[in-house]
Design a protein around this ligand. Structure first.
Ligand SMILES: [Cu+2]
Length: 451
């Protein structure tokens, strides 16, 4: 049913976009549209105050225009087709051709005017999460203002009174519209460009869908048992890497619009939370971490100096969230001898493969037959074999030879000689007998205690 309504919505979109083009002299800004899920590094701002744009993983930043002193944006709420992975397309609701929607970027002190056109088959509204603004601009349908009917354009206008890491999302028929993907990032850069500067500033939203293998439409009534754990409506192995030049100061901004918490863990570094959706964290209030729990409906930004070259995993630490679509009611067969049973089944179904008697790693290597439009549960190949990951997983690639502003995938890291785990053959190689290895093995004397 909903499919049919979506198709009607999509064909209405084509008509409407032609109409907008002819009426652009009425003052409505062009509504930029993006057709694919590639990471688009935004250009430096062409007008208004200076800022260093964020890089939205598998996303983009919404263009703006200046009208007097006001920064104008045009969001279009509409049905979209999103490539969640190369082999998985979802029929979602989003903004300007994509879910998640484009990142809105502006500067503290800016006045923004955001036109929101509704091309959905039902009413909608947009809430500006974390913003300090007039009550009537807060975007709660029915509370702040009348929800935007299908076919209508509403205008939100307010001053950005503080910088920080924010998001926007639907706040009308919210359960359905959030489950369908109606969300995006809203970054407000500091007015003072010397405040907390970084060289690379990454941003993504944690979101989740329940889409049956072989189908395209999320089940909007699901509360807990989601099967696609996404960053910006994208899953591993098709989430882009975070490419970093060695020595850069790096910020990673993460917002959670799923219905559970996600401990985001980054390998190879310790770091500090410097910003939440409430504002910047004072230096005296920060502490070191290697995993940050991102609560539901919250944002965290953390920073580090990228001094350690390598390929460093970054992922949610809930192990089911680094898997793609899978059943959870599968019994455990580890240690079970299924030889006799396999023989019996193969008499009727010769291609039957017994699975899971030694673990599930074979899932990452075997080419199992999957329904169309389905990404394997465990996927991705690294330089040394299968990664056996999915969902909320990517790689931070820190390299000395990356140019400033270059985010192209540099390929896999070559571990320098003597720095890669190796097979024990009974002889210690010379490298492991050197002084530094001995120092690590020698227990340090306890400091004398005072009592
Ligand atoms: Cu998670």
């Amino acid at each position: 049913m909903i499919n049919r309504r979506q198709l009607i919505g999509a064909s209405a979109t084509l008509v409407a976009s032609g109409a907008w083009a002819q009426t652009s002299n009425t003052g409505l800004p062009e509504s930029a549209v993006k057709a694919d899920a590639a990471t688009e590094v935004p250009p430096l701002p062409h007008a208004g105050r200076e800022y260093n744009p964020v890089v939205t993983l598998n996303g983009w930043s919404l263009p703006f225009r200046m009208r007097g002193n006001v920064k104008e944006f045009h969001l279009v709420a509409e049905p979209v087709e999103r490539q969640i992975a190369e082999d998985t397309t979802a029929y979602l609701w989003g903004y300007n051709g994509q879910s998640t929607g484009p990142t809105i970027e502006a500067v503290e002190g800016d006045r923004v005017r955001i036109f929101v056109t509704n091309r959905l088959p039902e009413h909608t509204s947009v809430h500006w999460h974390g913003m300090i603004l007039p009550s009537g601009m807060d975007g709660v349908g029915g509370l702040s203002h009348k929800a935007i009917p299908p076919g209508k354009t509403y205008v939100y206008e307010f001053d950005l009174v503080k910088s920080g890491t924010f998001m926007y999302h639907s706040h009308a028929d919210e359960m359905v519209q959030m489950a369908m993907g109606m969300m995006g990032l809203f970054i407000v850069h500091p007015k003072d460009p010397t405040f907390m500067p970084v060289d690379r500033d990454f941003a993504f939203l944690l979101n989740s869908f329940d889409i049956d293998p072989g189908s395209h439409m999320p089940r909007v009534m699901e509360m807990t048992d989601f099967n696609l754990w996404c960053w910006n409506s994208r899953i591993f192995p098709d989430i882009d890497p975070l490419v970093v030049r060695q020595g850069d100061r790096v910020r990673v901004r993460v917002g959670n619009l799923t219905m559970t918490n996600h401990p985001i863990h980054m390998h190879g570094y310790d770091f500090q939370v410097t910003c939440t959706d409430g504002g910047w964290v004072p230096e005296t209030a920060r502490w070191p971490e290697v995993s940050i729990d991102i609560p539901v409906g919250a944002m965290r930004a953390y920073e580090f100096d990228a001094v350690h070259p390598g390929d460093w995993a970054i992922h949610c630490h809930k192990s089911h969230h680094t898997m793609n679509a899978m059943g959870h009611d599968v019994p455990t067969f580890i240690g079970a001898d299924k030889t006799a049973l396999t023989g019996m089944i193969r008499r009727h179904q010769p291609e039957y493969m017994p699975m899971g008697t030694a673990g599930m790693a074979d899932m990452g290597e075997m080419a199992m037959e999957l329904p169309d439009n389905t990404t394997p549960m465990m996927a991705g190949w690294g330089p040394h074999g299968p990664l056996e990951m999915g969902g909320m997983f990517s790689v931070v690639k820190v390299r000395a030879d990356v140019a400033p502003g270059d985010y192209a995938d540099p390929g896999w890291y070559d571990n320098p000689p003597g720095t890669e785990a190796y097979e024990w053959t009974g002889d210690m190689p010379d490298a492991a007998q050197n002084d530094s290895a001995q120092t690590i093995l020698t227990p340090q004397p306890r400091p004398a205690s005072g009592d």
